[in-house]
Design a protein around this ligand. Structure first.
Ligand code: SF4
Length: 503
């Protein structure tokens, strides 16, 4: 055993495993557990000596399921034994760091047994969901008690090649060579460990428009045989889209990918009249999931255009909502993205100009564009009520409050989600380091080093489960004190379109 001032203890069962891990750590506190009581006492002594350090259990394992190859790593989401189950909540965070090192990583339950597992016992264990088996992890986690702990195991043998197969030797070499590479990831995981406060911005996650759009597709999938076609992503979130795809939704970019007479759903972001006409020509069975607050902006565009106005649409080029709104009066609408665009605008009649907004803009940025427009066109008229919707406003207010108290702000949301990206920018403008993460696997442990207060929000298209998964993973790094910071309570609810009920 070699101890240094590292903030990590690694426990490895066998000498070869311990020396492989130690080589990758370039020293560090690696203690060999071994099968005997004397070794166990040694581990206990080291743990007592370093009571606050996080602990990694690292060694080799047998794979229980196909798809795992010798040299692949298994990071335990939990470790099961006859005595019970240990959850390893920070597994996704460590797995991300290991993947960055070019290693192949699987996350799943590991089961501990007191004997070498042969078939068909391995197949029986796999039926319960375990993906790998070892002989020590649960026992070692018992010793570690409540401090942050991870288990990483390198695969030696697979269900089709048992330990007695000649390929075990190269499998063992591959496993030990993988263990030699895990050191930098273990160090990053340990550096990020520690107790912290998590401030949950409220409101966060689904808004009424997203709730309605997702429910429309879910109800259609309940009521009729798949496929249900959806033009564009129903809402901009990869988890939502993936889950609906698994149930039979087919997402298409354009209507010519939808067979005639098939059911197609228009996404929450809305469509232009040209798309509605194309659907009618193809005799498609349309169910419209456009958010009513987006439809309101479309109505305003039609009204201003009918009155002979030039309409300035404040928004981001290429966003589906913007394309849909522009399509209401393409000859009379001009997209304006930033205040600098205003200088060069040409209009037919400066007395007949108006503006509209994309619903998911940052409030302060949109206001600066309106100010520039008003300075250049004093007759400018605007919408009857704010186009930036209640959900965008509420989430931005909440993340602003949280950001002021946080070292780091994490926003759950997909990169193509406009409102999620705006939340990151709002938090950054409050001085916090803020990051957008599509899921827990996108968290970089480097962000968390020294960050004792983490703000957490989620875009209007991001399901709450993403936030729950992030809190859970953070709790695997140390005690988490979660506090809600609620700045508004939302009661908005939109009814479903009649087309959903009448089938
Ligand atoms: S963010 Fe606003 S406009 Fe967009 S779907 Fe939600 S409620 Fe509707």
């Amino acid at each position: 055993m070699n101890t240094t001032d590292d903030d990590l203890v690694v426990v490895s069962p066998l000498m070869l495993e311990a020396s492989s891990v130690r080589r990758g750590l370039h020293g560090g506190c690696v203690v060999r557990a071994g099968p005997h009581a004397r070794r166990a006492r040694r581990v206990e002594a080291v743990l007592r000596q370093h009571p606050a350090r996080p602990v990694a259990v690292a060694g080799v394992a047998g794979a229980l399921v196909g798809g795992l190859r010798p040299g692949d790593l298994v990071v335990a989401s939990e470790v099961r034994s006859a005595q019970g189950t240990h959850r390893c909540r920070s597994a996704p965070l460590l797995a991300t760091e290991l993947r960055k090192l070019g290693l192949t990583v699987h996350i799943g339950p590991i089961v501990e047994t007191d004997h070498v597992v042969w078939q068909p016992e391995g197949a029986r264990l796999a039926l319960d969901g375990a993906i790998a088996v070892d002989m020590e992890s649960a026992r070692l986690l018992d010793m570690i008690a409540s401090r942050p702990a991870v288990v990483v195991r390198a695969v030696v043998d697979t269900p089709t090649r048992s330990l007695l197969h000649p390929a075990t030797v190269p499998g063992g070499i591959a496993a030990l060579s993988a263990l030699r590479r895990i050191g930098p990831a273990l160090r990053r995981w340990a550096a990020a460990a520690g107790p912290r406060k998590v401030l949950l911005a409220g409101p966060r996650s689904f808004c009424a428009g997203v709730d309605r759009a997702v429910e429309i597709v879910e109800r259609l999938l309940d009521r009729q045989e798949p496929p249900i076609y959806v033009r564009k992503q129903i809402v901009h979130n990869s988890r939502v889209v993936g889950e609906l795809e698994r149930r039979g939704a087919v997402f298409v970019d354009e209507l010519d990918e939808v067979p005639e007479n098939a059911t197609v759903v228009f996404s929450a972001h809305g469509v232009s009249p040209a798309v509605r006409r194309a659907a009618s020509v193809r005799r498609l069975d349309v169910v419209d999931a456009t958010c009513p607050l987006v439809s309101k902006v479309h109505g305003e565009a039609r009204r201003f255009a009918r009155d002979g106005h030039t309409v300035f649409l404040i928004g981001h080029a290429g966003h589906e909502e913007v394309e849909g709104t522009l399509g209401e009066a393409p000859d009379r609408t001009v997209l304006v993205e930033k205040p600098e665009d205003v200088e060069t605008l040409e209009v037919e009649d400066p007395a007949k100009v108006s503006y509209l907004m994309q619903t998911t803009l940052a409030m302060d940025e949109a206001e600066s564009v309106v100010d520039a427009l008003r300075a250049r066109f004093p007759a400018l008229s605007g919408p009857g009520s704010d186009d930036i919707c209640y959900a965008t406003t509420n989430r931005q207010d909440a993340v602003r409050v949280v950001a002021r108290e946080s070292d780091v702000v994490l926003v759950a949301g997909s990169p193509n989600s406009s409102n999620s990206r705006r939340l990151v920018e709002v938090a950054q403008r409050e001085g916090a380091r803020a990051y957008l993460v599509d899921n827990v696997h996108e968290i970089d442990l480097e962000w968390l080093v020294g960050a004792r207060t983490i703000g957490l929000s989620a875009g209007a298209s991001a399901p709450t489960v993403l936030v729950d998964e992030i809190v859970d993973a953070l709790a695997g790094l140390g005690t988490v004190e979660a506090q809600e910071r609620t700045t508004a309570t939302e009661t908005v609810n939109f009814s479903l379109p009649k087309e959903v009920w009448h089938r």
